[in-house]
Design a protein around this ligand. Structure first.
Ligand code: DMJ
Length: 455
């Protein structure tokens, strides 16, 4: 029992403690710069590892210390994805090295089948932003050539693209696709239309996205997989993660980037349905569950690393109230496992898929929320997540994804999006805001910044 004379002392001590905590919670410009330096050093370390062991390849295998290509030839995924991150971080030498590697080594005139979606967001997106930041005409020439070689993928009975296209022969393959791999071209193809003065690019990308949109259910949701020949849904589970995520993101961002009001309307209709049927409150935060696209009934309370992006899109759209509740859930997912898993069940915190391939989405959402609210909690969340990545994922040659967030067994993989997105958003969270003005640029889904040309 606390005696009366001791009470004022206790109150002073408790208040003093919480004041100290609050004081610690406000990041000074020096503390922010220290975070930026840490990210720059990590970026430098990973790039040196790539150059030493994997220079010229698509990516570094950070445990076996070897280079790895996605296909029979290299498309220099890492240098191209990394260029604009180096540029924004003020790493001029590295930015030049990466750009020269791309200019000297990129060749799209190859008899090689590629996955349309990945090549679009990483390569076409990387080339467009490289041009817009550096003015290097070689980058836009490569972008135009790649765009031309990707177009045949959209020749299908519905206008929805095949998943794979051969860059030289234009042969296409794989008709079972998904909203993300069908609807994530609006930004890159819209930019190509602006730079080529040929409307075919944006028209084609928009037709594909709206072929998905017009097949939405009566309750305005889309499913996970669809046949691009018949237009029939193959998997009617609706969610906001893998295979759907950037379809929603691009409808909203095509409005931001180009002022396309059709896209704005489609985004608003989908967003309303997503919030009505998928958004679920539990004590640890808000999450998006999975439901049947027609009935709206829950199929699985599964959430994961990819789903975490939606808080960022909502924050960017101005809905910071919903976004902050989702970010509470995102951070709970991270801290429950001390690195986020690919999938977990948010109703009982059980681990469903333990991988962590160095994904950015949780930090990306912190970045948008911080820019929109300036609440220090997002800096604290970011600081914690960045610390976990830099400490737990570091190897002798770079940074490695995790096979298992519980056992901390590493995977021999450092995805190029670690440079393009994870390190970039980590840096921008703490960097002075004029490093990147969100009123002037929109990020594509691989975090390549595109200049707004909204009319
Ligand atoms: C990136 O390639 C893109 O952000 C994509 O939209 C989803 N997955 C990865 C990063 O996790």
């Amino acid at each position: 029992m606390i005696t009366k004379p001791l009470l004022p002392l206790m109150i002073t001590l408790v208040m003093g403690f919480s004041l100290t905590l609050n004081a610690q919670k406000t990041f000074s410009p020096q503390q922010k710069e220290a975070q930026c330096s840490r990210i720059r050093a990590a970026c430098h370390y990973a790039w040196n590892g790539y150059k030493k062991y994997a220079g010229g390849y698509d990516a570094l295998s950070p445990i076996s210390k070897k280079g790895k290509n996605w296909y029979g030839v290299s498309f220099l995924m890492t240098p191209l994805d990394a260029f604009d991150t180096f540029y924004l971080l003020g790493m001029k030498e590295e930015a030049n090295e990466a750009r020269e590697m791309v200019a000297a080594g990129m060749n799209f005139n190859v008899n090689q089948e590629v996955q349309l979606f990945e090549v679009n967001i990483r390569l076409l997106g990387g080339l467009i932003s490289a041009y817009e930041l550096s003015g290097d005409k070689r980058m836009i020439a490569l972008a135009k050539e790649l765009g031309m070689r990707l177009l045949p993928a959209f020749k299908s009975p519905t206008g929805m693209p095949w998943r794979y296209v051969n860059l030289r022969t234009a042969k296409t393959r794989d008709s079972i696709s998904n909203p993300a791999e069908i609807g994530t071209y609006l930004l890159e193809f819209g930019k190509l239309t602006a730079y080529t003065h040929d409307s075919i690019y944006y028209r084609t990308a928009k037709k594909a996205a709206f072929e998905v949109y017009r097949r939405r259910s009566d309750i305005d949701l889309v499913g996970t997989t669809i046949n691009i020949i018949t237009g029939d849904w193959k998997n009617s589970e609706s969610q906001i993660g893998a295979r759907i995520d950037s379809y929603y993101e691009y409808l909203f961002k095509a409005w931001l980037l180009f002022g396309d009001t059709d896209c704005k309307q489609a985004w608003e209709i989908h967003n309303k349905a997503i919030k009505k049927y998928l958004l679920t409150e539990v004590p640890s935060g808000s999450y998006f569950t999975r439901v049947d696209m027609r009935s709206g009934r829950e199929t699985h309370s599964l959430y994961g690393a990819l789903d975490a992006f939606y808080a960022g899109v909502l924050a960017l759209s101005g809905d910071t109230a919903t976004a902050s509740r989702i970010q509470k859930g995102n951070f709970h997912m991270w801290t429950t496992f001390n690195l986020e898993p690919e999938e977990f069940n948010f109703r009982n915190d059980s681990l469903l898929y333990p991988e962590y391939p160095l994904r950015p989405e949780n930090i990306e959402s912190c970045f948008y929320l911080y820019r929109k609210t300036h609440s220090q909690q997002y800096l604290l969340m970011g600081q914690r997540m960045i610390r976990d990545i830099l400490e737990k994922c570091k190897t002798d040659a770079g940074f490695a994804g995790m096979k298992n967030v519980k056992t901390l067994e590493k995977a021999d993989s450092m995805e190029s999006f670690f440079f393009a997105e994870t390190l970039k958003y980590s840096y921008l969270l703490f960097a002075p805001e004029n490093t990147l003005d969100l009123n002037k640029v929109v990020f594509n889904t691989e975090a390549h910044p595109f200049k707004i040309i909204r009319k």
